[in-house]
Design a protein around this ligand. Structure first.
Ligand SMILES: C[S@@+](CC[C@H](N)C(=O)[O-])C[C@H]1O[C@@H](n2cnc3c(N)ncnc32)[C@H](O)[C@@H]1O
Length: 332
């Protein structure tokens, strides 16, 4: 009996040491540390990382495998590509402290200029892809979007969530990406200060027409993205992204901007698709992201200083899942 205990504890120790060695080895490489640094707030596909780091895919794949085996990065499939991001450090991860402290050290270093420029270029290309879709398809947008979900399928649940936030009609509300303005009109019935922010001129005009037809003259229309809204010093008690985040090239930056735009104790409401593998939505609906894992949204929100509040999930008959997530900017 004693021998059996000894053996099993010997095995435990040796597997612990092996795992520890794997983590330490994974961290003992300058390129892998650079990769982890790049993935601080972002996720990138393999080809994007090759561009940023200026290395061949075969070389990069080896390093990504080492990082992934040591549970330093995690992956998600986006159609035919695999995207990498830093792994969430779970409480039960035996090497959490080592990983955490390494992340803290590398995060103190800025990304080299050359790499930062390439990241900017990649984000620009992703954003242009999305913008050009809406500029080309503004006329048939509704029918394309309807392939995934109709506003009526989940609008009652969204209104329940908003009503439960207990906001006064005097609260200032910003809807990012109102599209054809269906939801904007409903918000205009609830709130006296309402901004509509869309980076597509055609779509902004459509939401303008919808508000005008419903005789809501108190909506302010702004052409641009959350960066533009920040430059215009807009502030809001509630920011809503309704089926918009999956069109945005850098969700991490969007969460940061939103956090800046929010007043203290303000809310960010994200309504978006859960992670899925329906690749056709890229072509047909201009989606850049195939939905999101809820951990992804928590991660970006928490990095932006927002706390995770209530969540609601809705399964659709066509297999898509909608997540309605509330985040809050804490009072100082
Ligand atoms: C799929 S539509 C959603 C429209 C509407 N919220 C709905 O659910 O019907 C996405 C909208 O977001 C806009 N959009 C995409 N990226 C944006 C960005 N970075 N900033 C502001 N608007 C954006 C598009 O122009 C489009 O109007």
């Amino acid at each position: 009996m004693a021998t059996a205990t000894l053996k099993s504890s010997d095995m435990e120790i040796s597997s612990f040491v092996e795992d520890l060695t794997r983590v330490q080895k994974a961290l003992a490489d300058s390129l892998r540390l650079q990769i982890l640094r790049l993935l601080k707030n972002e996720s990138f596909g393999v080809l994007e990382l090759c561009r940023i780091l200026d290395i061949r895919q075969s070389a990069l794949s080896h390093h990504l495998k080492v990082l992934s085996t040591a549970r330093l990065v995690s992956t998600r499939r986006e159609g035919n590509s695999i995207f990498y991001r830093r792994a969430f450090l779970a409480d039960e991860d035996k090497f959490r402290d080592i990983k955490r402290s390494t992340f803290d050290v590398i995060d103190n270093f800025p990304v080299p200029d050359k790499q930062a420029q390439k990241i900017k270029q990649i984000q620009l290309e992703r954003a242009e892809l999305s913008l050009s879709f809406f500029n080309r398809n503004s006329d048939k947008f509704k029918e394309q979007q309807g392939l995934i979900v109709e506003h009526g399928d989940y609008s009652a649940s969204v209104h329940d969530i908003i009503d439960n936030l207990g906001m006064s009609s005097n609260a200032s509300v910003l809807e990012v990406g109102p599209g054809e303005g269906e939801f904007l009109v409903e918000l205009a019935e609830k709130f006296k200060t309402l901004y509509a922010l869309d980076n597509s001129k055609d779509m902004l005009e459509k939401s303008h027409d919808a508000a005008h037809a419903a005789q809501h003259s108190h909506v302010s229309f702004v052409l641009g993205d959350t960066g533009v809204a920040r430059n215009k010093n807009i502030s809001a008690d509630l920011i809503i992204f309704n089926m918009v985040l999956h069109h945005i090239s850098s969700p991490a930056k969007t969460f940061k901007d939103s956090s800046q735009l929010l007043n203290e104790s303000g809310y960010l409401l994200i309504i978006d698709l859960g992670s899925h593998d329906q690749d056709w939505v890229r072509e047909s609906c201009g989606d850049l992201w195939l939905g999101f894992d809820n951990e992804d949204l928590d991660y970006w929100a928490n990095k932006a200083g927002l706390t995770t509040e209530q969540s609601s999930y809705l399964g659709l008959r066509n297999g898509f899942q909608i997540q309605m997530r509330v985040f809050k900017k804490p009072a100082r």
